[in-house]
Design a protein around this ligand. Structure first.
Ligand SMILES: Nc1ncnc2c1ncn2[C@@H]1O[C@H](COP(=O)(O)OP(=O)(O)OP(=O)(O)O)[C@@H](O)[C@H]1O
Length: 220
């Protein structure tokens, strides 16, 4: 099955200026895809459409077999790591552990046990080399460390599709290295990954597809 299927997708913020025009794209389950492109080429807009934060003017988007127009995304196992979500706010009033727990929120009746939550939190932090930071306030961490925590947070929820927006911006080289390694490992375990990046794409050697946004299209 396709993880993401886009057919004849067109979008513009204002009626007469199209940002994306008749985009057709299939991302298979298990793909590890890097999406690059110049500033303003529509990468973030594309992610927002895929995540249901924007609605297409025309066309169709299916995620893990579900039509996004149905408005029913509940239960879809999608992990999203936005760009620099915490940085700049040193007083953000939560510890790493508390931030991790918010990623495991479930409605009443479907909640994970405390033991299972603790296990997943520690396992995911350990995978990213961040287990010693469990009790630290997240705002005190470097940008790269925060980014690792935010990735651990979504991985703890065991997504089927992982979407990352510019995960290397403002991040130190050891965190970029840790990011590359974990993404390669997760890709080998079968996780589908879509990552927008400006950075040096050669460091993401594990990716099996490279896409480029330009002139309203997205090409291989
Ligand atoms: N909310 C908005 N309202 C109007 N125009 C917007 C809005 N958001 C983005 N745009 C415009 O849409 C175009 C694509 O922007 P987008 O942010 O998708 O590009 P990008 O490829 O992600 O750029 P960057 O690499 O700089 O993040 C740009 O011309 C931008 O000015």
């Amino acid at each position: 099955m396709e993880a993401i299927k886009v057919e004849h997708l067109s979008f513009g913020y204002t009626g007469d200026v199209p940002i994306l025009e008749d985009v057709n794209l299939k991302i298979d389950e298990g793909d590890y895809v890097i999406l690059t492109g110049e500033n303003g080429s529509g990468k973030s807009t594309f992610l927002k459409l895929v995540l249901g934060q924007l609605s297409p003017n025309q066309g169709k988007i299916e995620l893990l077999g579900r039509d996004m127009a149905s408005g029913s995304f509940r239960g879809l196992k999608i992990g999203y790591v936005p760009q620099n979500s915490i940085s700049g706010n040193q007083d953000f009033p939560a510890t790493v552990e508390e931030v991790m727990r918010t990623g495991l929120y479930r409605p009443l009746g479907k909640r994970l046990s405390r033991k299972e939550c603790n296990k997943r939190v520690l396992q995911a932090l350990t995978e990213l080399g961040m287990e010693d930071f469990l009790k630290r306030r997240i705002g005190e961490l470097s940008g790269g460390q925060q980014q690792r925590v935010m990735l651990a947070r979504v991985l703890a929820d065991e997504p089927k599709l992982l979407i990352l927006d510019e995960p290397t911006v403002g991040v130190d080289s050891s965190s970029i290295q840790a990011l590359c390694e974990i993404l390669e490992k997760k890709h080998k375990e079968g996780l589908t990954i879509l990552m927008v990046t400006h950075g040096n794409t050669r460091i993401f050697a594990g990716a099996n597809r490279h896409l480029r946004a330009e002139e309203g299209g997205i090409t291989e």
